[in-house]
Design a protein around this ligand. Structure first.
Ligand code: GLY
Length: 593
């Protein structure tokens, strides 16, 4: 066997090397800030979501005096009605806000396990049973969306709280034409949805036929729920009739959530992850998201490489490199990550020296075999550390939206009920379908969740704990601290890698934001050892991952499989004094500015 060529890090101070890479001249001219200085920018307003009604709602709020935070809340509430298989008030969200005064807020509205939850709650006859964490009453965590929206509004909103519910309320009470994905996912999940009478009553005709694309989906109970939350506030939801209805119904069908669990729920403000990359600063969401951490890690691993040049002229080298950093980051994810309120997640994972060490065995000519998690400097190396020992199908779920206003407020928000239609359980009389976010815990070592992810003890179920997420709302600031880009996505673990690739296309490649969102993507999550490639996207363009390129990647040692869609991303970029919003052509969304 030939002696493999190894990637050589420069000798001497590797931190200094990182610094020199930052100033290394690999920068696209297109995003270099032309207009900041002391001048006041004349910015427009922008929004991108996966549904035109939600985007229109955001723009209506912006045009009627609301700011980006108001617009994001209104759009998300609309999505909960018109795109309810992905997100809604029965689910959770992670939100990154950059306020016009420069303040960054990371608001954690992740679902939380009830007080009766425990490590073996999904084990039956000695074996973990994923059907219990994926469907039905045990699959639900306490929803966090409304608490997070209240916190967003209280800290950063401008319009009256009630005004933010108007569009969603109208869409629910008057009904809207079911989208293609609503029709497809009701049909796909019909067996589970039909088990719960309130779900059956909303998503099926009296004959039992699923509501199909184009048919009117009217949700009177959900309209009433939205009216109550808008008039009486989150208390109606967390410590009032909604919480009581949940406890009563869930108990009657074998669930464990109680009114007390709802009363205990709190949205949490987290400290955002800040990572220098080239001349930018990338802002990510910390645990319980794994996305912010691993995007930061991958950027640090990529920093020494001529990413932009390879992307444009050596795509085999670019995709090989991407695949290698993805494998290393996801190996760390599986071992180290969990809710940092419950387990120690080593800060060393974010040390640039650790990132460089992780790449010290990178071989530009060959895929690495047998990658394992690393050992950051501050990690507990005891054999009984709370960390023990991650694949994926084309499940569609979750939603990412983004808004920006002319004052400099930007919002990146990812919302989810987890997989399509969450637990499938609708609480009677409320129209609210509850999430199945408990499946994002590691329900037992070695048992993959709905995305094929295997977790460690760090992400085991515990009372009051939040399951690990891949949601990755991300922002990029320029050297003056001004936002130049925000991106995020939907699609389980693919979110992390898709968001990274949108960032790289803009920051390293100099592509326009819509090109960056449109471009084909790849995904590797360490286990299974398989590279997913969007082989049908960009066909015939310079961005295509062509048959020849796929052969080259195979030769480098990357077994690959075709994927029709690697996440659904929304993004906004500022170029000079103009905002441009981009929605993902992989879904039927819209963007406006
Ligand atoms: N439920 C998908 C995620 O949070 O990653």
């Amino acid at each position: 066997m030939s002696n493999p060529r190894r990637f050589r890090l420069p000798t001497g101070n590797r931190r200094a090397f990182l610094g020199s890479a930052v100033a290394g001249g690999l920068l696209p001219s297109r995003l270099v800030d032309r207009a900041v200085g002391q001048e006041r920018l004349t910015l427009n307003q922008a929004a991108a979501t996966v549904h035109p009604l939600a985007t229109q709602s955001a723009m209506r709020i912006l045009r009627s005096g609301g700011n980006a935070v108001d617009a994001a809340i209104s759009a998300a509430l609309v999505l909960g009605v018109v795109d309810g298989h992905n997100s809604g008030v029965g689910g959770g969200c992670l939100v990154l806000i950059r306020r016009s005064n420069g303040q960054l807020l990371a608001i954690d509205g992740r679902e939380t396990a009830g007080l009766a939850a425990h490590e073996t709650m999904f084990v039956r006859d000695g074996k973990a049973d994923p059907s219990l964490s994926q469907n039905g009453p045990l699959a639900c965590g306490v929803p966090g969306q409304i608490a997070a929206f209240k916190q967003m509004h209280a800290t950063s909103g401008r319009l009256d709280w009630k005004e933010l519910f108007a569009d969603a309320h109208r869409a629910a009470s008057e009904g809207v034409a079911a989208s293609k994905s609503i029709g497809r996912t009701i049909a796909a999940e019909a067996v589970q949805l039909q088990k719960y009478p309130a779900s059956r009553a909303i998503y099926f005709h009296p004959s039992g036929k699923p509501i199909a694309e184009g048919e009117r989906l009217i949700q009177k109970d959900l309209a009433n729920t939205l009216a109550m939350i808008s008039e009486q506030g989150p208390q109606w939801f967390y410590d009032g009739p909604f919480a009581t209805a949940c406890e009563t119904y869930l108990k009657s069908i074998g669930g464990i959530l109680t009114r007390e669990d709802f009363r205990n729920y709190q949205a949490k403000t987290r400290t955002a992850i800040r990572t220098p990359y080239r001349q930018y600063e990338v802002i990510g969401f910390p645990t319980p998201s794994s996305g912010g951490m691993h995007i930061a890690q991958m950027l640090m691993m990529l920093q020494p490489f001529p990413v932009g040049a390879w992307m444009r002229s050596r795509p085999d080298a670019y995709y090989h490199l991407l695949c290698e950093v993805m494998k290393r980051a996801f190996a760390d994810r599986a071992y180290w990550l969990g809710d940092s309120d419950f387990v120690d997640v080593p800060e060393g994972l974010l040390d640039p020296t650790y990132a460089l060490d992780r790449m010290s065995d990178f071989n530009p000519d060959q895929a690495s075999m047998g990658i394992e998690h690393g050992w950051p400097a501050d990690a507990n190396q005891q054999a009984n550390s709370p960390h023990g020992v991650s694949s994926s199908e084309d499940k569609k779920h979750t939603t990412h939206l983004t808004t920006a206003d002319d004052e400099g407020n930007w919002v990146a928000m990812t919302c989810t009920v987890n997989t399509s239609w969450g637990s499938k359980v609708t609480i009677p009389g409320t129209g609210v379908i509850l999430n199945n976010q408990m499946d994002d815990f590691s329900i037992s070592p070695g048992i993959p969740n709905a995305f094929g992810l295997i977790g460690s003890q760090a992400n085991a179920v515990a009372a009051g704990k939040r399951p690990l997420s891949s949601m990755s709302p991300t922002m990029v600031l320029d050297s003056k601290g001004q936002p130049v880009l925000t991106a995020g996505g939907a699609g389980g673990p693919r979110i992390i890698n898709a968001t990274l690739q949108v960032l790289l296309r803009v920051l390293d490649g100099g592509y326009r934001v819509n090109q960056a969102v449109d471009a084909p993507r790849v995904h590797h999550q360490w286990q299974p050892d398989q590279l997913l490639i969007e082989d049908q996207i960009g066909v015939g363009t310079s961005l295509e991952i062509s048959p020849d390129l796929r052969k080259q990647l195979m030769k480098l040692g990357h077994p690959w499989k075709a994927s029709s869609s690697i996440a659904i991303c929304q993004a906004i970029a500022r170029q000079g004094d103009r905002l441009t919003a981009a929605h993902d052509p992989r879904a039927q969304g819209s963007s406006e500015q």
